[in-house]
Design a protein around this ligand. Sequence first.
Ligand code: AMP
Ligand code: TRP
Length: 335
Amino acid sequence: MTRAFSGIQPTGDIHIGNYFGAIQNWVELGRRLGKQALFCIVDYHAITIPYRAEELADRTFEAALVNLAAGLDPAQTTLFVQSSVPAHTELTWILLTQTPLGDLERMTQFKDKSGQHSVLTGLLAYPALMAADILLYRADTIPVGEDQDQHLELTREVARRFNFLYGETFPEPRALHTEKALRVPGTDGQSKMSKSKGNTIGVLESPGQIAQKLRLTPTDPARVRRSDPGDPGRCTIYTYHQLFSTDATVQMVNWECRRAGIGCSDCKALLLRGIERELTPLQQRAAELRRQPDQVHQALEQGRREAAALAEPTLEEVRSRIGLYGAKRTSSGLQ
Ligand code: AMP
Ligand code: TRP
């Protein structure tokens, strides 16, 4: 592993799916890889579906704040905003010209989202922008949830095609998944937790708000009465216990549920304790950063400079390889 890159969209409040599926992994990688770990708030991705212009900058700030509050250290790693480094969109255009339409059309995320909104071509091009994010830094390790596997496969194909046509330029990136939480389920008990589905637990929500959501979260559907034994394997609350509670609590809950020793509301109350233990320190750091917004702005500005310094040479090489006039002139010394 030489360089890690990942992105998160500033589209809504960051939830525990993002936290366990992505951010915790980022913090850990940042500790191990230092400046070879780059994390990006991908605002150009966020505008591929209808959004509110007046909220975008605030949401971008919030996403950065949550990452910093979760323990990402800007002195040690690089955290920046995608649109602050124009090389991302420039490389996207170049890659788009090399990408078959069919490859983009068959992406399941594109098919899902285009069913929900009117289809803008930016939504179709989304994976090419993601490929550019990664290839611009020649990153080889991509910490993401498994929902991004198909986009990464496409990124590898784009890299391979480019290398074949223009010479070895990009390494082929690989996904890095957390063992713990590949797919955090939503509080509706139906589907993956997702900003667009309204089934989230936000990392900055108060215990009261979270308790309210947990109250409505369905448990094992076969456990109708308090005296019925339950199956933790079919219960969203149990999945959350595995994320938040101590091993001892997880074992106890598993055992007691199966023999109807505890009811679902006791089980939810126990879960809430684990959630508070995990999220309270993060929420305190978030409140401190909110009082000192310049710390967030400065971290992002420093990240922008670091990212741009890495991106520029790659973009120059690409420009030259595909034969652009300006690039050829500079590389052959003709000014
Ligand atoms: P997004 O919210 O789509 O910008 O996703 C940011 C990161 O969080 C990506 O790496 C996703 O794979 C990850 N992620 C989003 N939702 C979940 C979920 N419910 N479970 C696990 N990981 C998730
Ligand atoms: N598409 C990713 C998501 O929704 C976000 C993303 C954009 C990303 N660019 C990236 C993730 C580059 C990893 C690497 O989760």
